[in-house]
Design a protein around this ligand. Structure first.
Ligand SMILES: NC(=O)c1ccc[n+]([C@@H]2O[C@H](COP(=O)([O-])OP(=O)(O)OC[C@H]3O[C@@H](n4cnc5c(N)ncnc54)[C@H](OP(=O)(O)O)[C@@H]3O)[C@@H](O)[C@H]2O)c1
Length: 263
C-alpha cells in the first residue's frame, strides 16, 4: 500500500530524534508524541531513575531509549553526543528542550542565578548542537531535511511579572541564536526553528498551579482558558520536523493559545 498523503506530509516514522529534558513536563509530551508517531526517540536528563522510568513508560508505544546526561557543561554535551555516536550513524531531529528557571527580586538577583539558567537554557543548546553536527549532517539531505527545534518561552518574547531575569535573557538569546543557526545550517539541509511555549503544567510551573484557586485564576486569565497539552507540544515539533515544515526555518511559533499575539 502506498504511503498516505497525511503520512508523506506529517510523517516522522523511522526518524531518529534526541530530546533533552525528555523525562517530564513538555519534553515528556514531545517524546511521547514522537514515539507514538513512529520516530526512534532518545531522551536525556540528569536523573538516572527518571530516565529509566521514561524509557519503560514510552517503550510501550514504540522506540524510546534514555541516556542520563547533564548538559549544563560543554563536557556534558560532548559526552551525550559521543554516547549517541556510539549508537547511531545519523540524527534527524534534535529538540533542545531542557530548561531551568530562577525568580528573584531585581535587587537580590545574583550571579549563580544567572549562570545556572544561562548554562542550561542558552549555552547547552549551542554546544550540544555543535557536538552533534556530524550526526545531524549525516541525517540531512535536500529531500529529508534535518530539524533542530529550540524550546524557548513566551517570556523570551515579551516582558513578564516573574522577576526571572536570566531566564528571559537566555530564552530571548536562544531565539535569536536559532535564527543565526538557521542561516548557517540552511545549506546543510538542516532547519532550525523555535517553539515558544506559554503555560504548560509541569514541575517548572507547579508553583503557579499549586492550589485550586491559583489554578482557576491563572486559567481564567490564560488565552483559550487552558494549559498546553500533548497534541499542542508534540504537534508543533512534528510539524517542524516532517515534510510539512521543510520550507520553514528560522521561525518562532508561540505555542500559547494566542497569549502573545492576541492579548
Ligand atoms: N511549563 C511551561 O509552562 C513552560 C513555558 C514556557 C517555556 N517552557 C520551557 O519548556 C522547557 C521544558 O519545561 P518544563 O516546564 O517541562 O520543565 P520541567 O518539568 O522542569 O522539566 C525540565 C526537564 O529538563 C531536564 N533538565 C534540567 N536540567 C538539566 C540538565 N542540566 N541536563 C539535562 N537535563 C536537564 C529535567 O530533568 P532532570 O531534572 O532529570 O535533569 C526535566 O526533564 C524548558 O526549556 C522551559 O523553559 C516551559
Amino acid at each position: 500500500m502506498s504511503e498516505s498523503f497525511y503520512e508523506s506530509v506529517f510523517g516522522v516514522r523511522g526518524k531518529i530524534a534526541l530530546l533533552t529534558g525528555g523525562t517530564r513536563g513538555i519534553g515528556l509530551l514531545i517524546a511521547e508524541g514522537l514515539v507514538k508517531a513512529g520516530a526512534k526517540v532518545y531522551v536525556a536528563s540528569r536523573k538516572e531513575d527518571a530516565c529509566r522510568e521514561t524509557e519503560a513508560a514510552l517503550s510501550a508505544f514504540g522506540d524510546c531509549i534514555a541516556i542520563p546526561a547533564d548538559i549544563s557543561t560543554i563536557e556534558g554535551c560532548e559526552k551525550l553526543a559521543t554516547e549517541l555516536e556510539g549508537r547511531e550513524q545519523a540524527l534527524n531531529i534534535l529538540v533542545n528542550n531542557a530548561g531551568v528557571t530562577w525568580s528573584e527580586e531585581l535587587g537580590q538577583f545574583h550571579e549563580k542565578a544567572w549562570d545556572k539558567v544561562v548554562d542550561v537554557d542558552m549555552k547547552a543548546p549551542f554546544f550540544l548542537t555543535q557536538s552533534l553536527l556530524p550526526l545531524l549532517r549525516n541525517g540531512a539531505s535536500a529531500d529529508n531535511r534535518g530539524s533542530i527545534v529550540n524550546v524557548t518561552s513566551v517570556n523570551g518574547l515579551r516582558p513578564t511579572t516573574l522577576h526571572n531575569y536570566s531566564y528571559v535573557a537566555a530564552k530571548a538569546g536562544l531565539g535569536h541564536l536559532s535564527r543565526q543557526l538557521a542561516r548557517d545550517l540552511r545549506d546543510d539541509y538542516i532547519n532550525v526553528n523555535v517553539m515558544a511555549p506559554g503555560f504548560f503544567k509541569s514541575k517548572m510551573t507547579a508553583v503557579l498551579f499549586d492550589t485550586e484557586e491559583k489554578e482557576k485564576e491563572i486559567m481564567e486569565r490564560a488565552a483559550m482558558n487552558r494549559a498546553g497539552n500533548l497534541e499542542d507540544a508534540a504537534g508543533l515539533v512534528i510539524y517542524f520536523s516532517s515534510k510539512a515544515g521543510a520550507f520553514v526555518t528560522g521561525e518562532t511559533i508561540a505555542c500559547d493559545g494566542g497569549s502573545v499575539n492576541t492579548t
